[in-house]
Ligand binder design. Sequence first.
Ligand code: XIL
Length: 343
Amino acid sequence: TQTLATLADRHHLAVGTAIDVGALSDPTYRSIASTEFSTVTPENVMKWEALEPTRGRYDWSAADRFMRFAEANDQQVRGHVLVWSNQLPGWLTEGVADGSIDRTELRALLRKHVTDVVTRYKGRIWQWDVVNEAVEDGFDPGPDGVVGYKGFWYDNLGPGYVADAFRWARAADPKALLFYNDYNIDAFADGGSLDKTQFVYDMVRDLKARGVPVDGVGSQAHLSTRYPNYSSFQIADALNRFAGLGVATALTEVDVRNLLPEERTGDTINPLLQAQAFNYGALMQGCLASRKCISYTVWGFDDGHSWTNDWDFGGGVGTEALAAIYDEDYRPKPAYAQLQADL
Ligand code: XIL
């Protein structure tokens, strides 16, 4: 059989995975990561808390290891992530909380962060996630019941930081494609995610109209078999509508969670492996049907290293997991076969 990367190549599509740098010492992990995928994203090592744990003292070691891995395997890199409210260093959030870092200084710190990180890897990053998860979730739209901006940067700098970040990133590396990245923007549909997708659409349209250098919209696509499945038509429609704004699109963090079987949770639910495969496939078919969808990245490729093992999606840590295309023993699951079939 051919690899996903080889199959996707025929469609001029890059297929990728998030990389857990610590897992690269496992030879099986390393071998699959280097052969099946043509693009890679650092799962954690380019986040601010990892790069600058102590104020003014960068630690590039893990991020550099990641870059060496990608470049040794001729893989294109999605840089992740420049501006996000999570995984910020304690000195930064504490400084803001205790008032020792004021608004003017915070904006200068953000500008320096974006500039330093983009400059460090200038010319070596294909797509940068410049701003991540800046918008309220449609399922939890805040106290006023209307979807709007959210998070540390909005709270402390106001909405102008979004345009600023894209301009600073462009100035530091004019060749990198600059992305806005978010979850629950898979489809324009009835229900909870409607308002968020529309809000992000309006935001990107407004940024483009003002000449802000936004090159792409990344749809994370963290899905679950607990929720209604999107058709490939809905996925393609959303991607095409974003593309109509003059931006590329990408599926950036694809995974499809399952409720865990009874041997792990004590309940009687078994993983819906075919429903999971259906979701992976609908996303792939939607991406392939949309001319501007340039990459399809899974957020970890094996159940053993998936972030869903350690995250609480509402029912307790790790009860909704088994989200990847390979199982814990690196055996391909039906979802892997589905991607092979769709490509
Ligand atoms: C996750 C990582 O996978 C975890 O290892 C970490 O503990 C938390 O962050 N959206 C994003 C990613 O943009 O950066 C997140 O990654 C998953 C959700």
